[in-house]
Design a protein around this ligand. Sequence first.
Ligand SMILES: Cc1cc2nc3c(=O)[nH]c(=O)nc-3n(C[C@H](O)[C@H](O)[C@H](O)COP(=O)(O)O)c2cc1C
Length: 339
Amino acid sequence: MKIFEKIEIKNLKLKNRIVMPPMCMYTAEEDGFVTPWHVNHYTTRAVGGVGLIMVEATAVEPSGRISANDLGIWSEDHIEGLKKIVDSVHQNGGKIGIQLAHAGRKSDSLKDEIYGPSPIRFNDDYRLPKEMTVEDIKRVKNNFKEAAARAEKAGFDLIEIHGAHGYLINEFISPLTNKREDEYGGSLENRSRFLKEILEEVVQVWPKEKPITLRVSSLEYSEKGNTSEDIADIINHVKESGVDIVNVSSGGVIYTKINPYPGYQIEPARIIKEKTNLPVMAGGLVTDWQLAEEIIKNKRGDMVYMGRKLLRDPYFVINASHQLGIDYPWPKQYERARI
Ligand SMILES: Cc1cc2nc3c(=O)[nH]c(=O)nc-3n(C[C@H](O)[C@H](O)[C@H](O)COP(=O)(O)O)c2cc1C
């Protein structure tokens, strides 16, 4: 079975191809600190045999939170709680990354000013973002760098830069949300500059032997938005600055309804994999091992993420191994349940 094959990217060695993607738990207090819920939640997926576990969108500055209850990594004080998650996942045989995020114009953090490449609100329920000055851009780049250094101190195996779902980096990348006339807007190269410069900062502090993933929205669900091919071009433009894996998602850039179905983001993942030649995490409404296996076998992705499925069923991986008769290590405490 392909989903149970090991994979190695830089010094990250995964025991299988199933990934839990970042999913906000909206459970931190307003200070962004880790709670016992977070430690239990991520550890449970490690016990369940998930190969790679990604910690939810974690804000690099307070105004970069999606909600007031997001996790934060904007101070040294945040390291201790994050390290508890990392240590616990490692003790239970899992590998763990963290998604470093800035919500941009989609921040719902009411106390702080909110920022975007251009002063356009997401919809009437959202506030008007401040058009970022070059000083603001410098500050956010530096906050990503400091966040990466803290992620390393906490012991994470990889970091993910959140470039998807219409949050700040995605707002710069997309022609739908970036109307700037300076060197950060206009051409594909200019719209990619903010992302490229963030990567250049991050690699100064993130160890070279540990991978960096980039999450992208491969479809913007608008004729005037980026296509999967455009996103692949953007990745090709920035990848030398430090992208080792692409995590392919879609949507969130504009306010519109989409109609997801099992595997709806797999063709974009295939396009991005083929055009960038980078390992890809693919997913979106994947809820069984059959579709996961198909994606990897047909080389439409190198790893498969399962979000909501793993919320419902944290033991999916060990259960699947059992059903399939695969000799796969179970937590020793649960060996007697393997009947
Ligand atoms: C509760 C919840 C929170 C989410 N939070 C994040 C997040 O923090 N960062 C992110 O990139 N995607 C987030 N997502 C999207 C998931 O990572 C995933 O892409 C999406 O759920 C589709 O995969 P699935 O159909 O397997 O659930 C979230 C999804 C859910 C259900």
